[in-house]
Design a protein around this ligand. Structure first.
Ligand SMILES: C[S@@+](CC[C@H](N)C(=O)[O-])C[C@H]1O[C@@H](n2cnc3c(N)ncnc32)[C@H](O)[C@@H]1O
Length: 377
């Protein structure tokens, strides 16, 4: 079956009982009940793996792939394990302190080795673009940022704000190409900010030389004394609970003729999606927004263009991360994760296999990444 023929059926998919958005009392409650029961089953399976269940990766991935493709194609409403996944919450960024502890402030030796750390491409924790012929992870990340440059229309001299800027990879690469571009990065992860401070003191890095300003802080409290020509945010909005208010906040930092570019995990199903496993172990309150959520939640900004990037690009990225993760066990096992290493390793292997499989299932046509180009209304 070709990718196109898989996608052509998407609009026919309905929740298991009734239309989940209507909340017709019986249909809605029945759907929630079944989604909850499915989540318990999936969690039991995940916990069994974490606690030592021996199962070859190929078998694990085959089980994940067949259940994912059935759910994506026929029962997408069951992929919202909790009610909060379906709706916006009262918060901007959600569960930020827990997220830093569980994920972004983990030992950097582990994260950096897994993600890759090269001369210009610093660790980048988001999709690489493989479909243009990239031969390795580093090149896939270059291709992805090249595409961002083109789609956002970056020109030399721009002052760019990067929300959730990771290790400064996007800023470093773009500044290597544009000698007068300036960047301001916002990130709550202390460990990642320490990495960037190191680079800001390294004459070899484009983060040094005064063109990069770093704000260590939470998006929820972020304030800037100036407005920006361009705003970039890659892989951050899955941590946002209230998209409407978050986009409103983002627009307040954009110049009147500026452009904003958001790159997120997305699903081409009628509802948002999440996973009980990733909520508990990897990304607390992480939501994978439905592809229409960003345009639908925009008030002060309008989406002038958007792109769906096929999930197989992320599947390959996850596979590269897993390979690097597996190759570095001798180093990784001596680091402090706040838990027994064997357990940590199994949680992370399950995570990399699960997300890699989910995003590659149905030939990447349901679960991929979305890019949105926005201007002021
Ligand atoms: C998936 S990573 C993507 C990083 C980077 N954009 C990239 O592509 O490599 C998400 C980033 O958002 C940051 N982040 C998460 N929640 C945040 C918050 N509440 N305020 C500021 N940064 C946050 C994380 O520390 C991390 O750097």
């Amino acid at each position: 079956m070709t990718a196109r023929s898989v996608f052509s059926g998407i609009h026919k998919h309905v929740p298991i009982v009734g239309d989940i958005t209507l909340k017709s009392p019986f249909a809605y409650r029945a759907t929630r009940l079944i989604a909850g029961a499915l989540n318990l089953t999936q969690m039991a399976f995940a916990e069994a793996y974490i606690n030592g269940l021996e199962i070859p990766d190929s078998v694990l991935c085959a089980i994940m792939d067949s259940s994912m493709s059935t759910l994506f194609k026929h029962f997408p409403s069951l992929m919202a394990p909790y009610e909060w996944v379906l709706n916006e919450s009262d918060h901007l960024a959600e569960s930020s302190p827990e997220l830093m502890k569980l994920q972004y402030d983990l030992p950097q030796t582990m994260l950096n080795s897994m993600l890759g750390d090269w001369d210009v491409i610093y660790p980048k924790y988001s999709m690489g673009l493989w479909e243009n012929g990239a031969i390795d992870l580093e090149q896939s990340q270059m291709h992805m940022i090249d595409q961002v440059i083109e789609r956002l229309g970056i020109v030399d001299g721009d002052h760019i704000l990067d929300f959730g800027c990771g290790w400064g990879c996007v800023a470093n690469y773009i500044m290597s190409k544009f000698p007068k571009v300036r960047f301001t990065g916002l990130n709550l992860s202390h460990q990642q900010c320490e990495y960037m401070r190191g680079k800001m003191n390294d004459p070899q890095s484009f983060l040094s030389g005064g063109r990069f300003t770093l704000h260590e802080g939470d998006f929820n409290e972020a304030q800037f004394g100036e407005k920006f020509d361009k705003i970039i945010s890659i892989g951050f909005f899955c941590h946002v609970g209230n998209l409407t208010n978050a986009l409103q906040k983002l627009s307040s930092f954009l110049k009147s003729d500026g452009k904003a570019f958001i790159h997120i995990f997305t699903v081409r199903t009628p509802n948002n999606v999440s996973s009980g496993f990733t909520h508990k172990y990897i990304f607390p309150h992480g939501r994978y927004w439905n592809y229409d959520a960003v345009p639908n939640c925009n008030r002060d900004l309008k989406t002038i263009d958007r792109w769906y990037i096929n999930g197989t690009n992320y599947q390959k990225t996850f596979a590269a991360w897993l390979q690097r993760f597996d190759q570095s066990q001798e180093t990784f096992k001596h680091l402090d994760y706040g838990m027994d290493y064997a357990k940590f390793r199994r949680i992370w292997r399950f995570y990399l296999l699960l997300l890699g499989t989910a995003i590659g299932s149905c030939e990447g046509e349901y679960n991929g990444n979305g890019q949105y180009l926005m201007t002021h209304v």
